[in-house]
Write a protein that binds this ligand. Sequence first.
Ligand code: AHR
Length: 499
Amino acid sequence: MKLYINEQVTRGHIEPEVYGHFSEHLGRCIYGGLYVGEDSPIPNTNGMRTDVVEALKELQIPVLRWPGGCFADEYHWKDGIGPKAQRKKMINTTWGGVVEDNSFGTHEFMELCRQLGCKAYVNGNLGSGTVQEMSEWVEYMTYDGLTPMTELRKQNGREEPWRLSYFAVGNENWGGGGNMTPSYYGNLYRHYQTFLRQYDPNKPIFKIACGPNVDDYHWMRGVLETCYNHTEAKFHGFLDGISLHYYVHPEGWEIKGHATQFDSATWYKSLGKALYMDELIRRHGEILSEFDPENRVALVVDEWGGWYNVEEGTNPGFLYQQNTMRDALIAGITLNIFNQHCDRVKLACLAQVVNVLQAVLLTEGEQMVRTPTYHVFHMFRHHQDADLLATEALEVPTVGEGEWQLPKVTQSVSQKDGAVTITLNNLSLDSAETVDIRFAEKTGWQVEEARIVTGAMTAHNTFSAPETVTEQPFAAYAATEKGLQVTLPPCSVLMLRLK
Ligand code: AHR
């Protein structure tokens, strides 16, 4: 195949937050995964696991969403502040029926974001919380004046307000978050967000409405129609983003499928389902463009990833699953799609960061392992804050089986500080592809860095074999007059940095 790159033409800017992550009070994501408490024998700083924090910093994690997910619409933030011994205990009925002791709350989340050096994205409770409760949470976190909420924050040890970058009004309110209709939710969004004050005009909070599940275009249109101010022909300046949730369930929502044991048909089906993200963004984006032709409202894909059967012997409500080369490809395909749609997708969060669904890290006691997905995020970090370049892929073969005929290679290319980053996925299980990369103008490109993640389709990392799938140096390329010729092995994700 041929990949033409016009290094003179920029198609948009890739916001770093497209490479964001999601942490929910679910299974061992927060407790055991991110937070072990100050008295744990596992090395930690203020209760946060040192190994996990360091690994996430290597990814340049830009933003973290919390506390859910479904948990968000049952979370009452005042249960998670104050002296830990006095915090309310409850059963996490949504996820696994375990005791939630609320030892990780607002202060702990903000401390975690500080250690990670990332932006905070808090998801509010619309489903079972009041306007007052949501309004007071934002006041507690972000106001600097004298009020009962700011006094309470100070009593709890925090003088200064925190920087809260993103706030969502509810989660999946079309389902578990209240079974609402689009217009009912849209009206509640208008109502609740009114009381989420922008206390510091220099540090505005980006407000996010609950968007659709998968291809629910009816929900998207209904919420937008309800929130739109037809008189002023805008969204009042109160709707900055609307979410989209989409998971790859290889065998469907009910059956899902095994995380590490699958055949080639399931491989292509899974990757075909990952490619569907492109159509979802395009079609939801078209509806958004009817109301917002200037792309002021972001599409926020704040839950995405592969969702399979849990590992045998684990709590079904903990959603703990393994992560193979299939996940590496799902990540590579999806991140390339996000890059290609950087005009509309400004924030995205992989579900979830540690020990849940398509996690980048798995932990067991004091052990930690990086998954194949981790290594893809690490290679793709160079796209963060870069400009998307115009590309054209020609003579792309198809691969796949039966109804799942897919493009063999997907790509995106960006430029930042004079360096070009090219990321390529080879979806084929058995055939390499020669990619002839040609630039429009500049000649004499030098490869600064070339890394690859590749392996058998079910290859994965375990605590006893943590480096079965890792990033490897890549050398199968040769300079040509106009660029580079690359031999992309089957089942691989490649990153090239050129100058
Ligand atoms: O990520 C797991 C769950 O999936 C989230 O809690 C919910 O929002 C979604 O249905």
